[in-house]
Ligand binder design. Structure first.
Ligand SMILES: Nc1ncnc2c1ncn2[C@@H]1O[C@H](COP(=O)(O)OP(=O)(O)OP(=O)(O)O)[C@@H](O)[C@H]1O
Ligand SMILES: [Mg+2]
Length: 238
């Protein structure tokens, strides 16, 4: 399912909209504009998965750079940068999105997968949350790209604790839940949404991506096995 259509669908909700990083279809013009505006952006295939083809692009002084997988390339001009990106992305449509400076755990970026499912009463329920820590040399947190699933509490403990930490976790859950509801208004047949939520350095939650057939098995990595059990029960019943 197209990331562009899913993003557009949730923008109708004024509360959810505030948590969506600005996203456009990528052209030379839109990439240039977004780099001028944000200095750091992510570009990704409209129909991608597993973090494949995702690139982090930066404008720094007069220099331009982009990173895919573990390799960073630096250029003296926007045209040289864009030419190289075009070769890399081949013919696929791409999106450009405001880059979020994700929080780090031991020097590694992390984001959070929030699972929202229809329960036995067909009502939306938040069934699980898990942190995903990027491989130290990578720009994506996906499991298939070397990301490591970890408990959110562990990831947030060096950064904040006590009531603040609980409030941040509740905020992440509420953002994922609201995003799932907003998406299901446009796509009523949906039964599960996996929201990828990033936190910036102010702990503000950003909706990086909404997955409509989220992997239930990542939750096997949580010590509390009741979480994955419930997620699988709901998955099978839908
Ligand atoms: N705007 C952004 N700012 C910061 N990090 C981002 C941004 N967009 C993507 N990322 C990082 O890259 C990862 C992969 O991007 P994304 O989830 O959009 O695509 P995907 O995982 O390839 O697609 P799918 O989840 O459908 O398999 C994210 O989980 C996040 O770690
Ligand atoms: Mg993703």
């Amino acid at each position: 399912m197209s990331k562009w259509l899913k993003t557009k669908a949730v923008l109708h909700d004024p509360h959810v909209r505030k948590h969506v990083p600005e996203t456009r279809r990528m052209t030379a013009q839109s990439l240039r504009l977004m780099l001028d505006r944000y200095a750091m952006v992510y570009i990704k295939p409209d129909a991608g998965s597993y973090g494949k083809g995702v690139m982090r692009v930066e404008k720094n002084g007069g220099k331009y750079s982009y990173q895919t997988e573990e390799k960073k390339r630096i250029f003296d001009s926007f045209s040289l940068l864009y030419r190289s990106i075009l070769l890399h992305k081949r013919n696929r449509p791409y999106l450009v999105q405001k880059g979020i400076h994700l929080l780090k755990y031991k020097g590694r970026r992390f984001d959070i997968r929030v699972m929202v499912q229809r329960n036995f009463q067909k009502k939306w329920e938040m069934t699980g949350m898990i942190g995903r820590v990027a491989h130290p040399k990578r720009i994506v947190t996906n499991y298939h790209s070397g990301g490591k699933p970890m408990e959110i509490r562990t990831l947030l403990t060096p950064l904040t604790s006590g009531a603040t930490r609980t409030r941040i976790i509740n905020n992440i859950a509420a953002t994922g839940y609201a995003a799932a509801i907003a998406l299901s208004r446009k796509y009523p047949k949906l039964v599960a949404v996996g929201a990828d939520i990033g936190l910036d350095t102010d702990f503000r939650p950003w909706i990086i991506e909404l997955n409509t057939s989220p992997d239930p098995y990542i939750f096997r990595h949580l010590p509390n096995k009741n979480v994955v059990r419930k997620i699988l029960r709901y998955t099978r019943s839908n």
